[in-house]
Design a protein around this ligand. Structure first.
Ligand SMILES: Cc1cc2nc3c(=O)[nH]c(=O)nc-3n(C[C@H](O)[C@H](O)[C@H](O)COP(=O)(O)O)c2cc1C
Length: 175
């Protein structure tokens, strides 16, 4: 079997600097939004708590993602923390674009304060309004003020492991 080549999500080879960044333990979330009638979500690992008073969270979103345009116009997003074992859902939201597929066609959700869809099947959520954004190279950092948030299931967060998203089984149509 051919050896799997390690590449980043932008498709370039993984470097020593990427490996150094990757020692940081991170949870996988789905960042969801609604702009007009359009619902969408994308997987993300570059998300962090940013303030306690008020509650702020920052999400780093690649400028070419469809979600980027939608969050830019709607000014809302929800952070949905996935649970251990939900890699398939992370692949569903993280390995295809809402420009081509309707990712919410079969995914149950509800809404809270902002109207951004919240996955019924997740560990916890933060429903946010964008209060600021910052240019960050090929990404934009959206700063969200948390309007409501809750743990909705028992369990542990899904930790990001590069190997989970590398091979053929990590495609949305994978086994
Ligand atoms: C586990 C995982 C983590 C990811 N983390 C991020 C992230 O932090 N920021 C980002 O912009 N894209 C991230 N991505 C890539 C997006 O989820 C992916 O490009 C997605 O298809 C974008 O969908 P959209 O075009 O519908 O917005 C991640 C993907 C995976 C599988």
């Amino acid at each position: 079997m051919a050896e799997e080549k390690e590449t980043t999500r932008m498709g370039r080879p993984v470097t020593d600097i990427d490996r150094a960044f990757n020692v940081q333990v991170r949870c996988v979330v789905v960042i969801t939004t609604k702009s007009g009638q359009k619902l969408n979500g994308m997987s993300a690992a570059w998300v962090s708590r940013a303030s306690e008073q008020p509650f702020l969270v920052m999400a780093s979103v690649y400028k070419k993602n469809y979600s980027h345009d939608l969050i830019q116009s709607s000014r809302i997003f929800a952070v949905n923390y996935l649970q251990e074992g939900q890699q398939k859902l992370a692949i569903h939201f993280g390995k295809q674009s809402g420009r081509e597929v309707e990712k919410f066609r079969k995914v149950p959700y509800f809404t809270e304060r902002t109207g951004a869809p919240i996955l019924k099947d997740c560990l916890a959520y933060l429903d946010c309004r964008v209060i600021d954004q910052m240019d960050s190279g090929d990404h934009t950092i959206f700063l969200g003020e948390v309007q409501s948030g809750k743990v909705i299931a028992p369990g542990r967060g899904l930790q990001f492991e590069l190997k989970d998203y590398l091979n053929a089984s990590a495609s949305p149509d994978g086994p």
